[in-house]
Write a protein that binds this ligand. Structure first.
Ligand code: FAD
Length: 381
């Protein structure tokens, strides 16, 4: 592996836009501030450099991980048999008249949102404050407050790793779903840039999320309109950021309560015929009134989505679990975030993730699935 990496290093030495780094540690590159060292790392300052770096590494069969903002990664401790390829190309181009925005993979996503709103465009304000890069947004179809990137993404400039071709691929070809796409966990391709179609009237997307709508003073009487209620995008962005900060969902290097990968588990989607069993288990512990009030939302034909946070809390894992001395704790502001209190290892994180998952399964028979991408380590052991 080291030999092949040296070969790659020689082949790419001096290529425009590629910089090798000797001192890369995932603990410095992830929002969990956890993870060991790859065999090597390359920073790619242009989309061409990113494409070249990945294609050459693939031709030498060197395992690699594309890294954006490191905000959805759980990386093993110690030495890792792979290289890190960091998307560091950050150009953003906005055609305000047409509402078309293009961002290169390494552009900081929240800066892209702010720039769109500054240019008078609406449609991504609900995705304010999500850490990470523009290029990663399609990977798990990022979403928050009733919106997701699939709503506005028209196409991505994709390096298809199997063929080495680079072309604009329409959103439909990515199978975007709830926190998923055919780019996540597959190594299919590298997003070099994204293109969005935004609203030119400066208004937000329809406000579909109750908590956000209430924060913006939207009343039940407002919600009957065919097109949904919209508000100036800048106002909605401010409200979203305020709500997110209250839950520790804006990464702040100075605040350990935000050293997380965001929501650690996806909301479980189960067959509607299985929901009755979950309610029975909830009723056994908390009584019928609580069981009847269990959050449960339609999630496609024959499927219902439960709330992971609700189940975790009812399984006995409150905010801050397992307590102030623990190296990894549930955030004190958000049950669904596992946080590194500063001196943790990935092994500590994995232990807590397993404890929470087993607790929910034992209590309610529901298996939670981690949302972040795991590298060199597995929740199943
Ligand atoms: C505090 C906090 C709050 C969060 N809130 C939300 C939220 O509200 N909604 C939500 O959906 N997510 C949320 N997340 C998760 C995370 O921010 C998103 O998934 C984000 O899109 C990850 O981007 P990244 O650049 O950090 O990706 P990374 O963590 O660097 O990478 C994640 C995965 O994407 C791959 N990848 C990265 N860039 C590319 C690329 N250019 N091409 C192909 N593959 C790529 C990586 O190889 C890896 O598999 C949150 C995270 C944190 C820490």
């Amino acid at each position: 592996m080291t030999h092949r990496f040296n070969e790659l290093h020689d082949a790419l030495q001096g290529v425009d836009g590629i910089r090798f780094a000797d001192d890369f540690r995932f603990a410095d590159a992830t929002t969990l501030h956890l993870g060991g060292r790859p065999v090597g790392a390359m920073y790619c300052a242009t989309t061409a450099a990113l494409g070249t770096a990945v294609t050459r590494a693939d031709s030498l069969e060197i395992p690699l991980l594309v890294v954006g903002g490191g905000s959805n990664l759980v990386v093993a401790d110690g030495d890792l048999p792979l290289i890190a390829v960091v998307a560091d190309c950050t150009d953003v181009h906005i055609d305000a008249e047409r509402g078309v925005l293009r961002a290169e993979a390494g552009a900081v996503w929240d800066d892209v949102v702010a720039a769109a709103i500054d240019a008078g465009l609406g449609g991504i304000e609900c995705l304010s404050g999500i850490p990470g890069s523009a290029g990663a947004t399609p990977v798990q179809n990022v979403g928050a407050y009733g919106a997701e990137i699939a709503d506005v993404l028209t196409r991505v400039l994709l390096l298809e790793r199997a063929t080495g071709t680079v072309e604009w691929v329409p959103t439909e070809a990515l199978d975007l779903g709830y926190r998923t796409s055919n780019l996540k966990h597959t190594g299919r391709g590298v997003v070099l840039a994204i293109e969005l179609q935004l609203r030119t009237d400066g208004l937000s997307a329809p406000l579909r999320f109750g908590e956000l709508a209430r924060r913006l003073g939207v009343t039940a009487a407002d919600t009957g309109t065919a097109d949904g209620v919209r508000r100036p995008a800048a106002l909605v962005r401010d409200a979203v950021l305020e709500l997110r900060r209250g839950k520790g969902m804006v990464h702040d290097p100075a605040d350990h309560d935000t050293w997380s990968a965001g929501s650690f588990f996806t909301n479980p989607v189960i067959a509607d015929s299985d929901v009755a069993d979950v309610r029975v288990a909830v009723a056994g512990l908390y009584g019928g009134t609580v069981a009847d009030a269990m959050p449960c939302y339609p999630a496609g034909e024959g499927l219902l989505k439960l709330s992971a946070a609700w189940l975790i809390e009812r399984a006995g894992f409150g905010k801050g679990h397992p307590g102030p001395e623990a190296p990894v704790r549930l955030s004190t502001r958000h049950t669904l975030a596992l946080t590194n209190r500063g001196a943790a290892t990935t092994a500590d994180l994995v232990a807590l993730a397993r404890e929470v998952r087993a607790g929910v399964r034992d209590a309610f028979g529901v298996t939670l699935h981690p949302e972040p991408v795991w590298v060199g380590v597995d929740i199943d052991g």
